[in-house]
Ligand binder design. Structure first.
Ligand code: C5P
Length: 289
């Protein structure tokens, strides 16, 4: 409904809205701002994108309501000194799409995000902000216990500076070169693979060559259930793009080629594979007992 604030807040209108809600009607609250009659307040038609989102929510079947999903996204940022850092080209779009679609399908979602530059997927997702790989590791270790599914889309920096420089590094002497000593960051997904128990863990593999072989090796080595491989050397997909083209590889070795699609559509296909893996795990557990 969109109307003048006084009309919206009248007892009669509110009582009728409650009656319709009881009968199963869905309502969107009006937005606030300038109104047609020249006043300001609650009563505006909500933004069309928000109406579309809400409609998508209503029409999507809620097949993940029993699941708690933890998603990592975005790049990490490792400081060289107070003004410089090492980071990468990850925008966070893939992880945000996974978090959004999991929530739309009814899951309880926590998103641990590095410093991504895009808007948050929706405001009903728990968001944990981190900057460095070590902070991301601590946040994952704090939250993974309550999750049945962990989807690690983050592009974690492999190395951080060995020394913390509290002051801005100055140019020294006439040399055209300088050396930065780097130290290995924690392998978050590897650590998780060791304590996973019944959880489903999904990893990503951004490769520039031997896509399938490298991804399969990563899946095995890190004890994952699914790995999503994408060729970051291909133009128009991957980093920063709204689209992606991936290969979803299951633990059994089965690989599915997913054609060029939006990251939201790809997120849904990944979640379908997660559902299948959850079902298989449940079946194995039931057979065991
Ligand atoms: O960078 P790489 O292609 O090896 O990443 C593979 C997977 O491992 C991704 O899912 C990424 O989120 C995760 N990863 C991690 N900790 C790291 C490096 C990567 O969890 N230090």
């Amino acid at each position: 409904p969109s109307m003048n604030t006084k009309m919206w807040s009248s007892k009669m209108v509110q009582a009728n809205i409650e009656k319709l809600k009881d009968a199963g009607y869905e309502f969107m609250e009006p937005a606030s701002g300038d109104l047609a009659c020249g006043t300001e307040g609650k009563g505006r038609l909500p933004a069309i994108e928000e109406i579309l989102e809400r409609m998508e929510d209503i029409f999507t079947s809620k097949d993940l309501t029993e699941e708690t999903v933890l998603v990592t996204a975005g790049p990490t940022m490792e400081f060289i000194d107070p003004v410089r850092c090492i980071t990468n080209r990850s925008s966070g779009k893939m992880g945000y799409a996974v978090a959004k679609m999991a929530k739309r399908r009814g899951a309880d979602v926590t998103l641990i995000t590095g410093p991504a530059t895009i808007e948050f997927p929706r405001n009903d997702i728990d968001i944990v902000h981190v900057t460095t790989a070590c902070q991301m590791r601590d946040a994952v270790m704090e939250h993974y216990k309550k999750a049945g599914v962990v989807i690690m889309t983050a592009a974690v920096a492999d190395f951080r500076c060995r020394e913390e420089n509290c002051q801005k590094i100055k140019k020294k002497g006439d040399s055209n070169y300088m050396t930065l000593e780097l130290e290995k960051n924690p392998d978050i997904i590897g650590e998780l693979g060791k304590v996973k128990e019944q959880r489903i863990i999904v990893g990503f593999a951004a490769e520039t060559e031997n896509l399938l072989d490298n991804a399969k090796e990563k899946l095995k080595k890190k004890n994952l259930d699914i790995i999503v491989a994408n060729d970051v050397a291909k133009a128009g997909i991957g980093f920063g793009s709204d689209n992606n083209e991936v290969m979803i590889i299951e633990k059994s070795g089965k690989a599915k080629q997913v054609p060029l699609l939006s990251k939201e559509e790809i997120a849904n296909i990944i979640l379908d594979s997660v559902k299948k893996a959850l079902k298989n795990k449940k079946r194995i557990k039931e057979d065991w007992y």
